[in-house]
Structures are given as structure tokens and as C-alpha cells.
Design a protein around this ligand. Sequence first.
Ligand code: SAH
Length: 397
Amino acid sequence: MSAGILALKPGRERSLLRRHPWIFSGAIETVRGSPESGGTVEVRAADGRFLAWAAYSPASQIRARAWSFDEAEQPGPEMFQRKIATALALRKGSIAAGTTDAMRLVHAESDGLPGLIADRYADTLVVQILSAGCERWRETLLDLLREASGCVRVYERSDADVRELEGLPLRAGALHGPAPEGPVGIVEHGIRYDVDVVAGQKTGFYLDQRENRRRAGLLARDREVLNCFCYTGGFTLSALAGGARSVLSVDSSAPALDAARANLALNRLDAARAEWLEADVFAALRRLREQGRQFDLIVLDPPKFAPTPKDAERAARGYKDINLSAFRLLRPGGLLATFSCSGGVSPELFQKIVAGAAADAGVALLLRERFAAAPDHPVRMEFPEGEYLKGLLLERR
Ligand code: SAH
């Protein structure tokens, strides 16, 4: 049963016919009925034909998000159960047993569940409910997730700013089982991390970089490494485990650096090879140049500079700046692993920005590899926004 009908303007059905899940306010001709926030609406083309079942979000520019493009499949417990089971099966099939006990089980739109994030950290499930539609179905979704994942504890981290765009208050706390008393221990590719699911960034850890951390570790042997935006030490520990000669790790967050040092101590790695710097990376890169420092492997994994395409220009300046500075610190034969997690910057644009920085720095580079998010962050062809993380491995000639 739907509480309303969204009738689209002529021609605005096109993206829905391609199964893109977002319905922008500007595409809507009329709203019939009086749907509430998160309530189910039928989306219909100007000629009246059915397009999708969607969740209505009156406060957001993304006025509705499609649950299903099949008229026979209405949103409800059965549909959610099927979607969650499909999502979990995908992870089972794409992440080899023994790789890790921490992974993203549900990745929102990319798993057909707009606005729902569910990350497993060992036996703790951390959930973000980021859309009006998921908020409306929260009890159903949480029960199904707990059952399907088998996790003993569920903790909510719906304290991301995007909630406000949906007109929802920020919210966090234990939902099932006791609140975690300390960090949750996980193992990723043989490396132990303590994850602070209560106060850490996002849900506590950047799971999307799992395979890229491993790759960087394999490249690190005997190299002097600079890890910029190190957070809790992911690339740092991978590089040390991979036999790096030394790793200098930079982040502006003191709690992140404390956690990184604690993570280093959890693993049997030589702390004497690790150097830590609490600083703004933009400034730190310049200072390192003044000091005449050089490195054989540099990782640049900055935070999101451009959440949407309209921020792309400002973001481009930021990417160009840090990449240009990094090239100047790279020895010939040295490697740069450079990333962007900005949804507003496409992989093509990112490559262009980095190429521009190389030209300005006057360095010749080989594109050795491309990076993407780990397979628990799937990309649907019909939802290219899901391909937010991209990276390049470059070798200085
Ligand atoms: N590479 C990490 C994740 C990086 S997240 C991993 O694999 O886990 C981005 C990090 O950049 C955060 O820790 C944040 O504290 C830090 N950060 C954001 N802006 C910064 C700046 N201007 N200078 C230094 N660190 C910054």
C-alpha cells in the first residue's frame, strides 16, 4: 500500500527506467495523497505508467529514493529480508574466508537499500540509518540485520551530517546488547586493529581501503614510506608488516594518531621504524620538502574534498596541491599511491587532476595500477555514484 503517488514531469522518467534510484524534487510534477516522511509512494511517469516504489523524503532535494522497480515487489519485511540476504551472499562470494572479520555488509544504494549502511566488526554490527525511508523502517531493518549477521551487539552511528538533509536528527547509541566498553578488535589480512565504533570516524574504520592497504604493504619492502592522512594507521601497519624500512605517518587528528600507535603495539611490529606527525598534510608536505626529505613510497588518502559535483572545482585545487607536493618528495623509482573518495570527482577527472599536478611538478610518471574500493563496497552500473573511491599507483621515472 502506498500513501501517495509522485507523478513525474514529462521526460523525467528516463533515469528511473535505467533503474537509477534517486528522484529529485525538480522532476516531480505533482504529489498526490499526503505521504509522510519515509512513507512509501508510487512513482509514475507523466503518462501514468508505473516506474518504482520509493520512500518519500519531503525535506531533501532527493525527494524520493526507489526501493523497487517491480510493481509486484512492494517494500516490506519480505523485500528487505531478500535484499539483506542478497547483500550478505555477495560478501560471502567475494571476500575469501580468513581475509578479515570486518566488512561492510550493506552499502546503501549499491545494495538496493538507499541510506542504509551496516558494517560488521567481529561480532559487533554498526549501523547508519541515513535516509527517511530507512528511518521509517528502522525496527524491521535492525531486526533483520541482527538476525542475518548473527552479531551479538548492534550499535547505531546515525550521527552523519547527511541525516540533516533528510530532516532527521543525529542519533547514536547501543541498540542491542551492551554498549561496547572499549574498542572492538578486528583482524584484516593478518593485522590487528582496535576499532572505536563509538567515537571513531564514520563507523570506526575505513573498510573500503582493505585491499589497497594490502597492496601497499606488498609494495613497501625496503622502502622509506610517507603515509599522509594515516587515521588509525591502516597503511602504516600494512607497510611495516610488508618490510618497509621506515614509515612517517601524518594526520591532523590527535585521537587518530593515539589509536594508530595503540594499533602498532597490538601487532608484533618494530615501533622504532614508525615516526608520527600530528599536522595538517598540506603544510607538512611543504615542510618536508624544505627539510630535504625524500621517500620511496607515498600514500595520499585524504578525506572527501567534494561530496557532490558542485564542489569539484575546489576539490580539484586540493588534490592538485597535495599530489604536486608529493611528487616533489618522491625519489626516482619511487611510488605514489594517491586516492580520492570524493563522489563529486569522477575517476577520469581525478586522473586529469593528478596528471596536471605531474606536469606542473615537471616529473615523468608511469601509471602502474588503478585502485578501487574493496568488493564489500560494490558498484552498480546503474548507480555510478557508488564508485566514489578511486586511486592511482604512479611510479616516478
Ligand atoms: N588511510 C586511512 C583513512 C584516512 S581517512 C585508513 O586506511 O584507515 C582521512 C584522515 O585524514 C582522517 O584521519 C582525518 O583525521 C585526516 N585529515 C583530514 N584533513 C586533514 C588534514 N588537512 N591534514 C591531516 N590530516 C587530515
